[in-house]
Design a protein. Structure first.
Length: 269
């Protein structure tokens, strides 16, 4: 008798689990666990990274990310309003800016501000300004599109109600529309913050003083000093300390926003 579709699916799923178990067992028997321990879990190499990996590298990564996100959010809000403006030149400028910085790698922006600007214009930025501008310029292009989508997602009736109360278009946008839009876009903004956290690692290419090290630079210096990948693994774990809570926050905000939207639809119905 031919098997039913459900039984075939169960058999196929069981075969996948069996194959996975076999691969894991083969890897466990073949792997050189002593070499793996020395390469990735070297206790002496890990001990040498503390407390600097926390007090210097992790703190600097958070500071660099916060500076870039704050600057990007401010510029992104202006760009979003320009993109929605009825004035043509504003829309054109915002569109060119957004398409340009979404199209070029963040690495090129870091190199331009770290090396190109001093050579071409004699402008010398400190490390904090370089990170803030580089991350902010790239991040603002994505944030602008997120904010624009959030503003357009606010029901038109909200604007009409504000105008009927005598508010100007600008006042209605600031007092009514933008606050509602930010509640909608909080989850994607959190995701953008995660991306900027990882992009902050690009600053290590420009050369840093010891007290300016972020996680990637700190891990690489530890690798050079110990010959073990343990410092890189520690740096990765520190990134997870930042990004995993942000990921959970994003999902929580998505669920909360979804519940509010559902309640709103029920009220309207």
């Amino acid at each position: 008798m031919a098997m039913s579709r459900r039984k075939r699916a169960q058999l196929f799923r069981g075969a996948q689990y069996a194959l996975l178990v076999i691969v894991i067992l083969v890897a466990a028997f073949v792997a050189d666990w002593g070499e793996i321990q020395r390469a990735f879990f070297n206790v002496d190499a890990a001990r040498a990274q503390f407390p600097g990996v926390i007090t210097t590298a992790l703190v600097n990564t958070i500071v660099y990310t916060a500076l870039g996100f704050a600057f990007g959010l401010a510029v992104g809000l202006v760009l979003a309003l320009m993109k929605l403006s009825p004035v043509g030149p504003y829309r054109w400028i915002a569109t060119v800016y957004i398409e340009f910085f979404r199209g070029v790698p963040a690495l090129l922006v870091f190199i331009t501000l770290g090396f190109g600007a001093p050579l071409a214009f004699g402008l010398k930025f400190d490390i904090y300004s370089t990170v803030m501008l580089s991350l902010g310029l790239v991040g603002s292009a994505y944030i602008a599109e997120t904010i624009r989508a959030g503003i357009q997602a606010v029901p038109a009736g909200q604007r009409e109600a504000a105008r009927s109360l005598g508010m100007s278009q600008g006042r209605a946008m600031i007092s009514i529309v933008i606050p509602q839009a930010f509640r909608i876009i909080l989850p994607p903004l959190t995701n953008e913050l995660i991306l900027l956290t990882k992009d902050s690692s690009l600053i290590y290419l420009l050369g840093l003083a010891r007290d300016e090290y972020e996680l990637t630079k700190f891990g690489r210096e530890g690798l050079n000093a110990t010959g073990s990948l343990t410092p890189i693994l520690l740096a990765g774990l520190c990134y997870l300390i930042i990004t995993i809570p942000l990921g959970y926050l994003s999902r929580y905000l998505e669920r909360r926003t979804g519940r509010k939207s559902q309640r709103g639809l029920e009220v309207e119905a």
